[in-house]
Design a protein around this ligand. Structure first.
Ligand code: PNS
Length: 180
């Protein structure tokens, strides 16, 4: 077959699980949209939340994991785990072969292309699958949500309710600590 990949099926389609990794600081409705689309294709999705070791975050790892767990509390096919180190190792540990990522616009492409090919270099058995979120969320990311919210703008409909509540609590805490 030359340079072509072997079309072998390692796991029957109906038993497939995928990993959806990200920083999720915080999770947005764009992320939720991709997860729900992923559930149409996979039996189980493990959401892999990158720990904040080198990266500044508004929410702690524990809070980011807890928010996602609460959003999917009634969804037994979703598991939420924190991780550090290489994503491919996490994927292997969870016996998955597929990484799901969302692709919003052309501006996402370069970073995603590099990441997918690096992960393939590290483990050729793992494939990255890209999905487009609903057009309603194609402009959305966690940074925009944090900026708009901190400047008093509404993020209603852009993040799950639990995230809005936690953002309100954070803002209150920060005002209190500034006022000390
Ligand atoms: O939400 P993000 O910031 O787009 O998620 C990026 C993430 C967590 C998927 C990426 O940073 C990652 O996989 N980090 C783990 C380290 C790793 O495996 N690096 C090699 C691939 S570039």
């Amino acid at each position: 077959m030359g340079n072509l990949v072997e079309p072998k099926r390692t796991v029957p389609w109906m038993k497939r699980r995928a990993v959806y990794p990200g920083f999720f600081d915080p999770i947005t409705n764009g992320h939720v949209d991709i997860i729900l689309r992923g559930l149409r294709l996979f039996d189980k999705i493990v959401i892999a939340v990158l720990k904040n070791i080198n990266k500044e975050a508004l929410f702690s790892t524990k809070d980011r994991v807890a928010m996602i767990q609460e959003i999917f509390v009634h969804q037994p096919d979703i598991e939420v785990k924190a991780f550090d180190g290489l994503l491919v190792e996490f994927v292997r540990r969870h016996k998955a072969k597929i990484v799901i990522r969302g692709l919003r616009a052309v501006s996402d492409f370069e970073y995603e292309f590099q990441m997918a090919l690096m992960n393939r270099q590290l483990d050729p058995e793992i494939e990255t699958l890209y999905m487009m979120p609903s057009v309603n969320y194609s402009f959305l990311n966690s940074s925009v949500v944090k900026e708009v919210f901190s400047l008093g703008g509404s993020v209603k409909g852009l993040v799950p309710e639990i995230v809005e509540k936690k953002l309100r609590e954070k803002l209150k805490q920060e005002r209190l600590s500034v006022g000390k």
